[in-house]
Design a protein around this ligand. Structure first.
Ligand code: BES
Ligand code: ZN
Length: 946
């Protein structure tokens, strides 16, 4: 199974139109005019909001926040106060900072001697469209002085998943308990307290939380003192934090239980979960301790806080969040239940912890200067998942998944709607959308290419230099390239530090296969330019002729748009290749549109982009693919499993783009009957399954039935080899899970029979029988086909204490062929009680995967669009997944028109959403795929099944 994981009660109120500048000629570095040194009347009738930009002025720097919060978990509201020490760097009467949805009841400013600048509370102006407030000081705040800004505020706990929000869970006795938690990244700290909510305003935070005695409170730092404030109200005082960005602040008030252990360097690690889920925390504790130990050694930098808490929050929109010292997780991302969690669940938990703990260095210690470079956080954290899990849990064979990270990047980047890794993002909707495949997966893949190019050792030393140099600060891309190239400022150079001067470095640069190269120039082609190159290889005698173009899956060279879309694209590609002549990996840096390599000897085959350590697609022209097909059939082990997997992926990407005919791709995977490695096998099966699932959603009955028959016949031996157990290596377990799920979906009689039998046993045990975890979803989805099975599963779903179990059951429920049941599920998801809102987007995706639920889901999304946007916010993960997921299987011109009409009807929102363009590109690609390949597929199948 591929589980889809996927107010203002201020003194004065003033709102400005978002696009109406009040200060258009103002430079970001200069303050608004001071209103003079004397007291002015504290009315606002003559005051207008002093700042027109989205980003805050740079001349007021927050240094230290003293934050007090008092949530009321009965009335579901909170009050608070914040005292912010600020450093004023230009004379001004205004302090402008962020605040969203907070009722500000009081604002004052005192100077260093604690003298009030005004006898009265200060006027607060609001600009809700920019989520800013402006506090007016009648006395000028003087350049070079420090002040304390004091604000009192309050609000309701947020209903969604951002800011300071409420979450609930039900105990096994049916009681509902409430907790309050935070999620601030990227721009929601301003929903919990007024602050300078931009990543480069790093400051120290001293937090205090008031609570009643039945709760505990957690924050980034440990509690240093607790006392009773008054009858039944306790205050926890947390230690002052290190310097950090606002988006990393966190606090939770709950009644959870924890387990604790200590790392070898003495960091206290605790896992928190709701009391009844506490037994599922053991695995996470082991992982977190190992990972912290690993990262401290790999980065050669101590984790700077005394503790790290990891907490499973019952309502959590995304997967996890790296708040410094208090990482928060969706329950499925942290809890592991030995009885119901599968091997994929285990790998997921391990990778998520690896990801969030990598952020404690990449992101928390060193932060990107601005959200346009969020890849410096997320690309690194994604890549470190692989490095850390490989080192700490080698048995999990995480390296087998890296190619998929790159494949998903290619899928996105080969559409015109893609974007450069580093792209402008100013408002919160644009910023949220930066957390996408490009920042995460392409970021990780490009780092993989860079690491391979520099060697592991040089890469590691370079990133350690980067982390050390920019600790507690912010960084740009250039800082990373300079650290990797071991360059430094002229100053450092003169003072004898061990690095190159930057001017020397640009000349000096790297040697790659004897060629000089400039790291910055090379990396700019990957970071500042969107898309992925296609390297076309032609053999000419002893030469390999090379050409690079931009790889696009929706446009062919014969199309009118082709040349426009190609213009100006050029990459510095660190090429690698292997031939049959030796086991050496050859290297060549390609920096021009065309190039040639002298092979030097007679070779019978060449495989370019060894193990896909480079981020480019390769096309072998003039019979090149035939040679490769022949090689795979005759001697596939001459190539590594990564090379074989890469070839399969490459071939089918070229098919979609129209560079290779579908039958050549299908012929290439003909060798799979000999394949014993899980990764290439699953890659080939995955493409056939994808074609099946697409045709299944059209009325091409002969193709559907022939393709199903072909897959079952072709992979008969693999299917028959599988056992219905949890035995074997990780790879074997993963193969079993995927193969049996597909076999039952294709109605393979032995598979169905076995699944029915297991489901019957499970029913008879009243759901107490523990099925083998890797095949449980398959058993459940077969069982969900009749009324009794479906209802029993829904009942167990409602009662289960294991989120791992629940997600398998939910998947099974969405496999029903009964559209009424599918509709009921969607309604339950929208209601958010039995099926939590956090699971709605993956529920929508799973129902959309079902041919019976496909159009039903699309209609549901259209009908409930406003509610969905309100629940999840426009630029969020969820809205993106919903749009791309529900349209992803459309493949007819009518469906394309339908999607276009919908986007037309929500024009204002659609124009802000990259996902709308991605969805359209995707459908267009599918339409072309069918126009080009359906007949070929039909004929090819007829030939095979003769
Ligand atoms: N920093 C992100 C959390 C986040 C996601 C913040 C979206 C703002 C918007 C966190 O480190 C992350 O990447 N979480 C992933 C899970 C992870 C394993 C890739 C997520 O939430 O999907
Ligand atoms: Zn992350």
């Amino acid at each position: 199974m591929v589980l889809v994981r996927l107010l203002v009660l201020s003194l004065f109120h003033m709102s400005l139109g978002g696009s109406q500048p009040t200060q258009s000629s103002q430079q970001a570095s200069s303050p608004p005019h001071p209103a003079g040194g004397q007291q002015s009347p504290l009315g606002t009738s003559n005051l207008s909001f002093p700042w027109s930009r989205l980003r805050l002025p740079r001349y007021i720097i927050p240094l230290h926040y003293h934050l007090l919060l008092h949530p009321n978990l009965t009335s579901l509201s909170f009050t608070g106060s914040v005292q912010i020490q600020i450093d004023v760097q230009n004379n001004t009467n205004w302090v402008v900072l962020h605040s969203k949805g907070l009722q500000i009841s009081k604002a004052t400013i005192v100077d260093q001697n604690l003298a009030h600048l005004s006898d009265q509370v200060l006027p607060v102006l609001h600009n809700p469209s920019h989520e800013q407030i402006g506090i007016f000081s009648p006395r000028v705040l003087s350049s070079g002085q420090k002040y304390f800004l004091y604000i009192e505020f309050g609000a309701e706990l947020s209903e969604g998943f951002y800011g300071f929000y409420k979450s609930t869970y039900r105990t096994s006795t049916g009681e509902t308990r409430t907790l309050a938690s935070t999620h601030f990244e990227p721009t929601s700290a301003r929903m919990a307290f007024p602050c300078f909510d931009e990543p480069s305003f790093k400051a120290n935070f001293s937090v205090r939380i008031r609570r009643s005695p039945e709760y505990i409170s957690l924050s980034n730092m440990p509690v240093v003192n607790t006392f009773e404030v008054n009858n039944g109200v306790f205050e926890d005082q947390f230690d002052a934090s290190v310097k950090m960005s606002t988006y990393l602040v966190a606090f939770v008030i709950c009644d959870f239980k924890s387990v604790t252990a200590t790392t070898s360097s003495g960091v206290q690690v605790s896992i928190y979960a709701s009391p009844e889920k506490w037994p599922q925390t053991r695995y996470a504790l082991e992982v977190a301790v190992k990972m912290l130990d690993f990262y401290e050694e790999y980065f050669n930098i101590h984790y700077p806080l005394p503790k790290q808490d990891l907490i499973a929050i019952p309502d959590f929109e995304s997967g996890a969040m790296e708040n410094w010292g208090l990482t928060t997780y969706r329950e499925t991302s942290l809890l592991f239940d030995p009885l119901t969690s599968s091997i994929s669940d285990k790998l997921w938990v391990t990778m998520v912890i690896g990801h969030e703990l990598a952020h404690q260095w990449f992101g928390n210690l060193v932060t990107m200067e601005w959200w346009n470079d969020i890849w410096l956080n997320e690309g690194f954290a994604r890549y470190m998942e692989f490095i850390s899990v490989e080192a700490t849990y080698p048995d999990l064979k995480v390296e087998e998944y890296l190619l998929h990270t790159c494949f998903s990047a290619v899928g996105h980047d080969s559409l015109n709607s893609s974007r450069p890794i580093s792209s402008p993002a100013e408002n919160p909707t644009q910023i949220k959308q930066m957390f996408d495949t490009v920042s995460y997966d392409k970021g990780a893949c490009v780092l993989h290419m860079l690491r391979h190019f520099l060697t592991d050792d040089v890469f590691q030393r370079g990133i350690v230099r980067y982390l050390r140099k920019y600790s507690y600060r912010n960084a740009h891309n250039q800082d990373l390239w300079d650290s990797l190239a071991n360059t430094c400022s002229e100053e450092d150079f003169i003072s004898g530090k061990h690095c190159y001067s930057s001017s020397q470095a640009s000349k000096n640069a790297y040697l790659f296969a004897g060629e000089h190269m400039d790291l910055t120039a090379m990396m700019n082609t990957w970071i500042l330019q969107k898309g992925i190159p296609l390297v076309t290889v032609t053999r000419k005698g002893s030469h390999l002729l090379l050409r690079q173009d931009r790889f696009l899956r929706t446009v062919l060279p014969s199309d009118r748009l082709w040349s426009t879309l190609q213009q100006g694209f050029l990459w510095h590609i660190p090429l690698t290749y292997k031939t049959d002549a030796s086991s050496t990996i050859h290297r060549h840096l390609m920096t021009t549109p065309t190039d040639s390599i002298h092979l030097g000897e007679e070779v019978s085959w060449v495989k370019v982009n060894t193990d896909m350590t480079g981020y480019y697609v390769v096309h072998y022209e003039d019979g090149g693919w035939d040679e490769i097909t022949k090689l795979l059939r005759e001697n596939h082990t001459a190539l590594s499993y990564k090379d074989r997997t890469h070839l399969i992926h490459n071939a089918f990407q070229l098919v979609t783009a129209g560079h290779l005919s579908l039958d050549k791709g299908l012929d290439l995977i003909g060798y799979l009957q000999l394949e014993t490695h899980t990764v290439p096998l699953l890659e080939g099966i995955g493409y056939l399954e994808a074609f099946y699932r697409m045709t299944e959603k059209r009325n091409e009955f002969d193709v559907i039935s022939n393709l199903g028959m072909y897959i079952l016949r072709f992979f008969r031996a693999v299917i028959d080899r599988q056992t219905w157990s949890d035995r074997g290596s990780v790879s074997e377990r993963r193969l079993r899970s995927e193969v049996l799920s597909l076999a039952c979906h294709l109605k393979d009689p032995p598979c169905l029979e076995r699944a029915h039998e297991s489901f019957k046993d499970w029913l008879q045990s009243n759901g107490t029988l523990n099925l083998p975890t890797d095949v449980a979803d398959t058993v459940f989805s077969v069982g969900a086909q009749d009324d009794h099975g479906w209802v029993s599963l829904l009942h167990t779903y409602n009662m289960s204490l294991s989120e791992a179990q629940k997600s398998k059951i939910l998947f099974a429920l969405t496999c029903s062929r009964d559209t009424n049941k599918l509709h009921r599920l969607l309604e339950l998801g929208l209601e958010g009680k039995v099926i939590r809102s956090q699971d709605l987007s993956s529920l929508i995706l799973m129902v959309a995967r079902n041919p019976r639920g496909h159009h039903l889901t699309w209609n549901f999304v259209k009908k409930n669009w406003d509610t969905l946007v309100q629940k999840f916010q426009l630029g969020s993960f969820c809205i993106r997944n919903i749009l791309i997921g529900t349209t992803g299987q459309f493949s007819s011109p009518e469906e394309l028109t339908e999607v276009q009409h919908f986007f037309e009807s929500i024009k204002e929102q659609a124009s802000q959403l990259r996902a709308a363009q991605v969805a359209l590109d995707n459908v267009q690609k599918n339409v072309r795929w069918f126009q080009r390949n359906l007949e070929t597929l039909r004929n090819w199948l007829n030939k095979q099944l003769q």
